[in-house]
Design a protein around this ligand. Structure first.
Ligand SMILES: Nc1ncnc2c1ncn2[C@@H]1O[C@H](COP(=O)(O)OP(=O)(O)OP(=O)(O)O)[C@@H](O)[C@H]1O
Ligand SMILES: [Mg+2]
Length: 386
């Protein structure tokens, strides 16, 4: 029967001492023998690996100096307590700066042990790398913060943020038309009919802005929303007419495949218009970066099983990476320098509130397709009446 090993430093002599030394050297945990001034006297291979020095370089170095500057106090305090005899054990986490300047999060366990031959007090220290655990904690904290932000967004901020997002376009149009009107007036012989049309467009955009505010308020209020039969095709044409100038200046060719006669849907017209507007704006943004192929915007409407109306908005733009595909509908997710990251989250809330679906997929060979599915009017009506 194997002789029982007594793993106590005081008895680490003779044959057992060799086994003990071998075990320390082979241990997966970093181990070190340290004097009362925190100077390293002996280290095992795992500790050397942990802090990125060779064992020979480590002997004689001070344990405190290896710590990240901001985190030295705990280590200093532990050794002070050891010297004063007020403590014999210390346990804490700290961060070591490796020789290559990278950082290692380390749990430290230290115990005062009196060396038997010279009756000299020393400190035995064990180090465990907790970087992986700390990274997981950080990720968890970040996730919690994100959830908190989302929760706040779905309450107070959502309405404000949505209004801010959706009013950008009509406000920009009002400013553009105001400036155009002023330029027409400033001419030596002012063209009053042009001024009148600019003012007319400002009035239209002003009305549009106030409709948007009401529809967003309705979206967030608890009252039943006002829904009416809406022809999807008419709505698509209306949105495209407001964006025609932008499409042209962006060099986008338009392919419309409207299946006239598709059943109307029962919807808040203003909200649905905003959905199409946001999808087309995104498609244009995605194509602006493309120089080596035609920029084509294809919009289709079709009926499905007499129950659904499907609207597809397809572009030949940059496409969406697989990694981002899961996140594009999240509020505040954007890859654009001036984006709010709200367009798609607003679109999805609106479509889902209408009993429909909004999804995205890669288009072939390039670009993306966004698909809106809405129940046809009869279905919604049946549902809402029971
Ligand atoms: N048609 C598209 N092609 C490629 N990427 C797209 C397309 N539509 C959306 N995306 C990606 O999804 C992200 C989120 O879109 P979303 O409309 O929610 O916000 P945004 O366009 O970035 O900003 P905002 O609409 O608030 O101005 C975009 O930043 C972009 O990365
Ligand atoms: Mg957008």
């Amino acid at each position: 029967m194997a002789k029982e090993l007594v793993l106590e430093p005081r008895l680490a002599v003779g044959a057992a001492g060799q086994v003990w030394g071998g075990l320390v050297e082979a241990a997966q945990f970093g181990m070190a023998l340290v004097d009362f001034d925190a100077r390293l006297m002996a280290v095992n291979a795992a500790f050397a690996t942990l802090v990125g020095y060779t064992p020979a370089e480590l002997v004689g170095l001070n344990l405190v100096d290896l710590c990240l500057e901001d985190e030295r106090d705990t280590m200093v305090a532990a050794f002070q307590a050891f010297r004063q005899g007020s403590r014999a054990v210390a346990k804490f986490e700290t961060t070591y700066q490796r020789k290559d300047q990278t950082l290692a999060a380390v749990a430290v366990l230290m115990s005062v042990a009196t060396e038997p031959t010279q009756d000299r007090p020393l400190v035995l220290a064990v180090f465990v790398d907790v970087s992986a655990g700390r990274r997981a904690d950080d990720a968890l904290r970040a996730e919690r913060a994100e959830l908190g932000r989302m929760a706040r967004f779905t309450t107070v901020g959502a309405m404000t943020a949505s209004i801010a997002h959706e009013l950008r376009q009509p406000l920009a149009a009002i400013v553009t038309n105001g400036n155009a009107g002023l330029r027409w007036l400033d001419r030596p012989s002012p063209d009053l009919s042009e001024v009148r049309s600019a003012l007319q467009r400002m009035v239209t955009e002003g009305h549009r802005a106030s409709e948007i505010i009401s529809s967003i308020r309705a979206m967030f209020s608890k009252e039943q929303q006002q829904r009416r039969p809406v022809s999807v095709d008419d709505l698509i044409r209306e949105v495209l007419s407001t964006l025609l100038g932008d499409l042209k200046s962006c060099g986008v060719a338009l392919r419309l495949e409207l299946l006239d006669g598709v059943h109307p849907v029962e919807a808040d017209r203003v909200q649905l218009r905003q959905v199409l507007f946001n999808l087309v704006t995104n498609a244009m943004d995605a194509m602006k970066a493309v120089e080596d192929r035609p920029r084509v915007l294809r919009i289709r409407s079709e009926g499905l099983d007499h129950e659904w109306v499907v609207i597809s908005v397809q572009d030949t733009g940059t496409g969406i990476s697989a990694e981002n595909m899961d996140r594009i509908f999240d509020a505040f997710f954007t890859t654009k320098s001036h984006g709010m990251g709200l367009g798609l989250s607003i679109c999805r809330s609106i479509i889902e509130a209408h009993g429909g679906w909004l999804s995205a997929a890669a288009a072939h060979p390039h670009g993306s397709t966004f698909q809106v599915m809405l129940p046809v009017q009869t279905r919604t009506a049946e549902r809402s009446t029971g």
